[in-house]
Ligand binder design. Sequence first.
Ligand code: F6R
Length: 239
Amino acid sequence: MEVRVFKNAGEIGAAAGKIICDFVNSKPDCVLGFATGASPVPTYDYMINQFNEGKVSFKDVTTFNLDEYCGLPADHKNSYFTFMKENLFSKVDIQSKNINFLDGNADEEQESKRYAEAIKAKGGIDIQILGIGRNGHIAFNEPSDEFTDEAWKVTLSQSTIDANSIYFDDTEMPRSAMTMGIGSIMRSKKIILIATGNSKAQAVKDMIKGPVTPHCPASILQQHNDTVILLDEAAASLL
Ligand code: F6R
């Protein structure tokens, strides 16, 4: 794991965005894995700016997102698909036919198989962006007794419900989601994990310095051979 500490989220976004844009310019038909939530937004902003300045095009890029809530239609204002549309997809030239999302309302087994096959058919994910939960989750793989492999349907933990319910005003936050499994994430060729703020400091410490255990799912990244962890000073404060 390579750990880099920055002054603020904007600097992290520029660093992560540059890695991605440079890679897209070297391999225009690459496969990118995206996360939702606050952590990757400055990265997406950097990518949008580079696109607007004509420095990069995403027209041949294929994308896979990490997770989607169960029980919401894809076009619901709180779905992760809508989040991606608003924060990135509608602002760059990614083609909708190249966008892949888990369907939180599909049959779990069939959906898991479909997503695994789609990723495989594209030759795997070249760069996967991750955030980390306050409880050490990656995607929606919550702390548990075992590491998962392919996509599965997870019951969200209270910590995740507390953290994410701020985005739900008039809709009740779903209690379950379809998420890429730990195995699928670990098969990504490169991983960029972004964490900012004090609320992530303990999870970041457990991820980097703790034992590799499914009780801190992000700790598995210690076993990935090309992972870069981008932190602000607050998230790095317990290292
Ligand atoms: C979202 C996801 C989650 C978030 C994590 C951090 O697609 O997979 O693991 O990355 O919950 O969320 P933020 O960035 O909002 O703190």
